[in-house]
Design a protein around this ligand. Structure first.
Ligand SMILES: [Zn+2]
Length: 204
């Protein structure tokens, strides 16, 4: 698998393209991401994956779905955000084709990965675990965690999600070799993310 990314908008939100030999998944296409995605997809696009529903991660969902006719995947608890322009950014509305309600194994073309629900930053915030790497969205970033003081956030849920992440991953083998790709900033290792999460747990 090959991962390719670029960041977009004033929040510099990372959009990822995840490739196997013949297929591509588009992850979190934010503002102005469409042109870049179209330019870099030479294989078959098979889906649009959203880590959560904030506009800077989903802004180009609509344009890309119009172009590729592929499903949009997001946790059910953030589905409402795809059609709510709460931040007044003239969000082009989209709607999910696949919304999962609990931690799920997701199969898309030749890809198999796990969607893990970690609410707090938003009610539907989820990460996607591909085994060799993890897409963490705004749940955990380079030495920090996602904000949990937004109108769409919940501090109590964030605390429980940080604990859940630590419980799931603290015994994972090879944590220093598994890469975590987040919604903003550079990638880091699973091991580093566990240190970050542990540090933030101590602040609650
Ligand atoms: Zn966000």
């Amino acid at each position: 698998m090959v991962i390719f990314h670029e960041s977009f908008g004033i929040l510099r939100t990372n959009c990822y393209l995840i490739r196997n030999e013949t297929e591509v998944i588009i992850v979190d296409p934010g503002q102005n991401a469409t042109e870049w995605v179209l330019k870099h997809i030479t294989d078959k696009a098979i889906g649009i994956l959203n880590t959560h529903g904030h506009y800077d991660h989903v802004f180009s969902n609509f344009a890309l779905q119009q172009h590729f006719h592929v499903p949009i995947i997001i946790h059910e608890d953030d589905a409402y955000l795809l059609s709510n322009d709460d931040f007044n950014v003239n969000l082009p509305k989209s709607s999910p084709d696949i919304s999962f309600t609990q931690d799920s194994d997701i199969y898309l073309g030749g890809f198999a990965f796990k969607g893990i629900h970690l609410p707090g930053h938003s009610h539907g915030t989820s990460i996607y675990d591909f085994g060799d790497f993890i897409l963490s969205g705004d749940f955990v970033m380079d030495r920090t965690v996602g904000r949990y003081n937004l109108p769409t956030s919940d501090k109590e849920k964030q605390y429980r999600s940080l604990q859940k992440y630590f419980d799931i991953y603290s015994n994972r083998n090879n944590a220093s070799h598994i890469k975590v790709y987040s919604g903003h900033g550079a990638p880091f290792s699973l091991e580093e993310s566990l240190e970050t999460v542990q540090k933030w747990l101590s602040f609650f």
